[in-house]
Write a protein that binds this ligand. Structure first.
Ligand code: IMP
Ligand code: MG
Length: 199
């Protein structure tokens, strides 16, 4: 049974027809606004650089940024993991357990030295990606470094890392929508939906 908010997208759900809404768009909007307000308060009177991790954080960053009432600029970084990429079906079943080696596919356009950097990520899963990025940004010597993750799956963590701003803590489910993909699809769903593992 499709969740009501995903029904409009059922035509593109040919590969995974049974998406279930986990977090509806209204709830996402309220939480993202609250996260923006928190960042605004924490960096009151200062400038920040919002750095989005491509591609999953693109939608989150664009909504979050509109609730950050500070002098702000954007940047983006692209990463991919080394190792044998699982098939989409395997990724769905057991997640993407990379070897831990992450590669930068698109670097930031500017030095972060002395700046307030807020890394904006779609989901904190095993923690391998953000652990790598945290070290990478530390080398830039920013004034402050914070992580804003829309979703957190704490039960999947392999490395001890946490985000400073977390939208929602979720169970170990494979989710899509609001920027998150399954084999590059479903990023444009307005709600965050669960892809059933048995499909
Ligand atoms: P980590 O390095 O294991 O923390 O993985 C983070 C990345 O894995 C995210 O940026 C996503 O691209 C991907 N990922 C993890 N869980 C999910 C999910 O449930 N749906 C879609 N992508 C996911
Ligand atoms: Mg992905």
């Amino acid at each position: 049974m499709l969740g009501a908010n995903c029904r409009v997208h059922s035509l593109i759900c040919f590969a995974v027809p049974e998406l279930k809404v986990l977090i509806p768009r209204q709830q996402i909007a309220e939480r993202v606004a609250a996260m923006g307000a928190e960042i605004t308060r924490d960096f009151s009177g200062q400038s920040v650089i919002l750095v989005g991790v491509l591609k999953g954080a693109a939608i989150f960053l664009s909504d979050l940024a509109r609730h950050v009432e500070l002098d702000s600029t954007f940047d983006f970084i692209g990463v991919s993991s080394y190792g044998v990429r699982p098939s989409p079906a395997q990724e769905l079943k057991s997640g993407w357990d990379s070897t831990g080696e992450v590669q930068v596919t698109k670097d930031v356009d500017q030095s972060m030295k002395g700046k307030n950097v807020i890394l904006v990520e779609d989901i904190l899963d095993t923690g391998l990606t953000l652990t790598f990025l945290k070290k990478l940004f530390a080398a830039h010597q920013p004034k402050a470094f914070r992580i804003a993750a829309l979703l957190d799956k704490p039960s999947r963590r392999k490395l001890a890392i946490s985000a400073d701003y977390v939208g929602f803590s979720i169970p170990d489910e494979f989710v899509v929508g609001y920027g998150l993909d399954y084999a590059e699809r479903y990023r444009n769903l307005p709600d965050i939906c669960i892809v059933p593992r048995e499909s």
